[in-house]
Design a protein. Structure first.
Length: 287
């Protein structure tokens, strides 16, 4: 298997969304790298041509949303083949997917749905990750989800589930700091303890995003909507993540209420200040 540079230090990048493509092409803003949803670029045409032009100036990352690694049924080999061709064409620095499922009986449900954390689930996900890595010929980064419920029959804490998945498959991790904050806020738990429980050397990428707060019957529910600036609490957790993992390549995601490009880049520059401070402090990550 070909191992991509999952521990490359690319600095801070942004999730490239359609409203910003033309402006990024015209202005080439001072950002470290670009990440796109892989499924948006699997066909020929203008979007893929634009991305090929941008890869001359920016490292790229492909973030998948359609593999459904947690499905009990077999993976969609046609989807895998299309993703493999896209990887060969763009040569991204990172390829990532979610710890979730979204396909049942051949029907795509358009949601990243939660999994029970059991030994049976772990075996299914591990087999799918290994098959995916074999087909794609690269190391996959698996992202921790945002959670709104806990299955009563889950027996494995999420960080331990991810650690064992890394051990069995050789995959890496995409640590979404906002998702950790959201999950711990909704289900209870210490987000710092969650970070401490992850295998530091496996973390190849960090995501940051904003979230919404909904009041439901007097209880605050955090919603991972990627529609606002990063909160102060998530910035503080990011600072701890950098101390734990070292200056890992970091991405700002903003998918709803998408702002002007300048506002998005300003958020990335805020992350850069944290990232550079971690690099200057000599944080290298710990085992």
């Amino acid at each position: 298997m070909v191992h991509m540079s999952t521990n490359a230090k690319l600095g801070v990048g942004i999730g490239l969304r359609a409203p910003h493509v033309t402006e990024v092409l015209a202005t080439r803003p001072a950002i470290g790298w670009l990440e796109v949803h892989a499924e948006n670029y699997m066909g020929e045409g203008a979007p893929l041509a634009a991305l090929e032009r941008l890869r001359a100036d920016y490292p790229l990352s492909l973030h998948g949303v359609g593999l459904s690694l947690g499905s009990a049924e077999a993976l969609n080999d046609r989807h895998l083949s299309r993703l493999q061709r896209l990887i060969a064409r763009l040569e991204p620095a990172f390829v990532s997917e979610h710890l979730s499922w979204s396909i049942a009986g051949g029907t795509y449900l358009n949601h990243l749905l939660p999994l029970p954390y059991t030994e049976e689930t772990l075996e299914v996900v591990a087999q799918h990750v290994m098959h995916t890595q074999e087909v794609l010929q690269c190391r996959l980064l698996i992202e921790n989800p945002s959670s709104y419920l806990r299955f009563v029959h889950s027996t494995i804490p999420e960080p331990e589930f991810l650690e064992e998945l890394v051990r069995r498959t050789g995959c890496g991790l995409l640590c979404d700091v906002n998702n950790i904050y959201v999950s711990c806020g909704n289900l209870g738990g210490d987000p710092v303890a969650y970070l401490e429980a992850l295998p530091a050397q496996a973390v190849g990428e960090i995501h940051l995003a904003g979230h919404a707060v909904n009041d439901t019957d007097g209880r605050a529910i955090l919603i991972d909507d990627h529609g606002a600036p990063v909160s102060d609490a998530v910035w503080a957790l990011y600072d701890h993540a950098l101390a734990r993992f070292g200056p890992v390549s970091t991405l700002i995601e903003w998918d709803t209420n998408i702002p002007e490009l300048a506002r998005l880049c300003a958020e990335a520059h805020t992350a850069e200040r944290f990232w550079q401070r971690a690099e200057e402090a000599g944080y290298a990550g710990v085992a």
